[in-house]
Design a protein around this ligand. Structure first.
Ligand code: ZN
Length: 86
């Protein structure tokens, strides 16, 4: 008897940063102007970029509407967003 071959259905969305990205940096919202200084994350957090409400979070953070909102991002996405130097 031969076991039927299992075909794995891969449903991975194309992403240049890979299917999984782990947050490596925290970007604190800053009320005052100035560069955002990221803080390294010690722990396991998913990158905020992959969250369903990412666009909302980004808009809030970017326009400083919410001073309590912090972004958890992987380096790739932080760089892509221009938050850290290239
Ligand atoms: Zn990411």
């Amino acid at each position: 008897m031969s076991a039927p071959e299992k075909k794995k259905k891969v449903a991975v969305e194309n992403s240049s940063a890979g299917a999984e990205c782990r947050a490596e940096l925290i970007f604190y919202a800053r009320a005052s102007s100035g560069e955002a200084r990221p803080v390294e994350i010690l722990g396991q957090y998913a990158c905020d970029y992959r969250r369903p409400d990412w666009e909302h979070r980004w808009t809030e953070w970017n326009t400083r509407q919410n001073p309590y909102l912090h972004l958890f991002l992987c380096e790739n996405h932080a760089r892509a967003l221009g938050l850290i130097g290239k």
